[in-house]
Design a protein around this ligand. Structure first.
Ligand SMILES: *Cc1c(COP(=O)(O)O)cnc(C)c1O
Length: 359
């Protein structure tokens, strides 16, 4: 008999990272990884230098409080430093939130399909997932989510824009929802793709949290900022929640390299905005080309598009694979395709067109 493990871990869905692009069998020429919503650009100006300088002292522990990063974020967001808590990516922070709020017998409400990490971190905590189906238009059904809240609910995730559909909830409906949620239930606004939003009606979570002590905003350096490999994200929340996040953090989890790279990235706003604008322009181009091919694509405010392919999903992913493009399929449902470099997007559009002809 082996060591006894917690029963809560049984049957946990295994997180499947985006497949590596290189060497996929049958790939034609260069392969493009459009499966993990990564940024195709190299680090922003000054970031590599900053990270390399920090690397010179990696015999030392990092600043456990992430002081420089927290101060920089507090100043930029106009919030008290005590309201910011960092973690190893925003998934790390989300896991800290679960540890701080929920355990066996508690419930965590989220839309489905949404971010794959939610069911995993919920189950690890021992709490029970309550999944509320998206609407027919692949948008969060906030009324149904409000109705799913019970006396056992401890936390609600709202992923805005939603991964993997790219759809958003807008200010009026989100405020109406927040007004309905009991004040002792934490609402986590996961804004991993915030920088890609162009719809002016989508609220900034940091504005919504200010007079709502039960709202927490999650942000990350992994997507627009292009630091996915360094693992740094943060939450903005009122003190009791932010303090609980500091208690549940992995000690010294965010490396000094990640902290310094994040600060340098924040100081490269102009270059960041240019890159995000270029990716948004590519998003529009890909969206319109797909529509022109006859696909129905939900409006996306993130750095990816969603194709609802149903039973054809795995065939589609295999066809893309053969064309040298790795996409993210969800068997029986659809595929999520990241907006990448122009050549990768072109390769994907060609594969989509070929597949369309066979339908
Ligand atoms: C990518 C993503 C994150 C960020 O993950 P990190 O841990 O910060 O790399 C968080 N939430 C959603 C919905 C995401 O898609």
């Amino acid at each position: 008999m082996g060591p006894r493990l917690r029963g809560a871990l049984d049957g946990i869905p295994v997180y499947r990272p985006g497949k590596p692009a290189a060497g996929s069998p049958g790939a034609v020429g260069a392969a493009y990884k459009l499966s993990s919503n990564e940024n195709p650009y190299p680090p922003l100006p000054g970031v590599l230098e900053s990270a390399a300088a920090a690397a010179a002292s990696f015999n030392r522990y990092p600043d456990m409080a992430c002081s420089a990063l927290v101060e920089e974020l507090a100043a930029r967001l106009g919030v008290p430093a005590a309201h910011i808590a960092t973690g190893t990516g925003s998934v790390g922070v989300a896991q800290q939130l679960l540890q701080a709020t929920a355990g066996p017998g508690d419930e965590v409400v989220y839309a489905w399909r949404s971010f794959e990490a939610y069911p995993i971190i919920t189950q690890v905590s021992g709490a029970t997932s309550v999944r509320v189906p998206l609407t027919d238009g692949d948008v969060h059904d906030l009324d149904a989510m409000a109705e799913a809240i019970t006396g056992r609910t401890r936390l609600v995730f709202v992923c805005n824009p939603n991964n993997p559909t790219g759809t958003v909830v807008r200010r009026a409906e989100l405020e109406r929802f927040l007004d309905r949620v009991p004040s002792d239930v934490l609402v986590v606004l996961d804004e991993a793709y915030r920088e890609f939003i162009r719809d002016a009606e989508v609220p900034d979570g940091v504005e919504l949290y200010r007079d709502r002590p039960n709202v927490c905003v999650l942000r990350t350096f992994s997507k627009a900022y292009g630091l996915a490999g360094l693992r740094v994200g943060f939450a903005v929340a009122h003190e009791p929640v932010a303090a609980a996040l500091r208690k549940t953090a992995v000690p010294f989890g965010v490396s000094q390299i990640a902290q310094d790279a994040a600060v340098a990235s924040l100081r490269a706003q102009e270059a960041l905005m240019e890159r995000v604008a270029a990716l948004v322009a590519e998003r529009t181009r890909v969206y319109e080309a797909l529509a022109g091919q006859g696909w129905t694509v939900p409006d996306t405010q993130a750095n990816f598009v969603w194709l609802r392919l149903g039973e054809r999903t795995m065939d589609f992913a295999a066809a893309c694979d053969r064309a040298g493009v790795v996409v993210r399929p969800f068997a029986g449902e659809g595929a999520r395709i990241t907006i990448g470099e122009v050549a990768g997007n072109d390769r994907f559009l060609t594969a989509a067109q070929e597949f369309r002809k066979e339908l």
